[in-house]
Each structure stands twice: as C-alpha cells, then as structure tokens.
Design a protein around this ligand. Structure first.
Ligand SMILES: [Fe+2]
Ligand SMILES: [Fe+2]
Length: 165
C-alpha cells in the first residue's frame, strides 16, 4: 500500500460522510415528492446521486493507491422539514459542514506530506465552493419572494424542474 494508514482512514471517514450526504438528499427528495414538489424532488435526487459518485470516486482513488475501503454505520437522517425553504437552509448548513470535513481531509494530506492526495482533494475544495454557491442561489430566490410564500415556492419549484430539462 502506498498510501499511509492515517490518510486511508481519513478517506474512509469522508467516504462515509459522502454516503451520509447522499442519504440526507435522498430523504429530502422523498419528502419533497410526498409533498408534491416535483422540481425540488428532482434537484435533491440529482444531488443524492452526485454525493454517491463522490463516495465512489474517493474509494477508487484509495484503491488506486493500494488502500482499502470499508463502509461503516451511517448516521440517521431527518425525514421531514418545516417548508421547502427550511430544507434548503438545512442543505446549505450541511454543505458548510462538509466543507469543514474536506478541509480537515486536506489538513491530513498536508500532515502526511501526501502530494497525490493533496492534488486529489483540491477538486473537492473547488466542488464545495460550487455546492455552497448553487444552494445559496436557490436560497436567494426564496428570500426574494418570501412575501407570498406558497406562490413563491411553486414558482421556484417550476424553475428547478425547468433547469433539469
Ligand atoms: Fe460531496
Ligand atoms: Fe455536496
């Protein structure tokens, strides 16, 4: 194995966090679907798939360095939210927490002087900037139209549905 055990274990932890993220977004997708919000549900399904891809991409990287990956228990997730806006607020908070985790993963790569892992993690640092931005853009829509809440939610729901083509 040409990856340190410390680095491998840090990746394993992040892989579990990515799967946890996937579950959070899948849970939100199911809730949105139950509530009849098709655009929001579609957006969350797509998000869940991306998180699963992150987990697999990280696992493939660990394998390519001769390490191994083991999935452990994944934290339980919420199953309902107060409103569409509340779900997106929870999403932003979650993505900010994930950014912290990715930063810590990068710290481990620095401590381990693991340049390959530093390079690999760099794309996830960029990815988190994008993720936070896209959620923030949606929250801006909610905040701009908070006066006619129900009507505004429908408008944003259709907008997200249209974005998915
Ligand atoms: Fe992710
Ligand atoms: Fe994410």
């Amino acid at each position: 194995m040409n990856i340190s055990k410390t680095m491998q274990d840090a990746f394993n932890k992040q892989i579990i966090a990515e799967l946890w993220s996937a579950n959070i977004y899948l849970s939100m997708a199911f809730w949105f679907r139950k509530e009849g919000w098709k655009g929001f549900a579609g957006w969350m399904f797509k998000q869940a798939e991306e998180e699963r891809e992150h987990a697999i991409d990280m696992a493939n990287y660990v394998f390519s360095r001769g390490g191994e990956v083991k999935i452990a228990a994944i934290e339980a997730v919420d199953t309902e939210w107060e409103s569409p806006k509340a779900a997106f607020e929870a999403t932003l908070k979650h993505e900010m927490d994930v950014t912290e985790m990715i930063n810590k993963l990068a710290d481990v790569a620095d401590e381990e002087k693991d340049r390959a892992s530093q390079n690999f993690i760099a794309k996830y640092i960029d990815e988190q900037v994008e993720e936070e931005k896209s959620v923030n853009d949606i929250l801006v829509l909610f905040n701009q139209q908070s006066t006619h809440a129900m009507h505004a939610d429908s408008h944003i729901d259709r907008k997200l549905a249209a974005m998915q083509g």
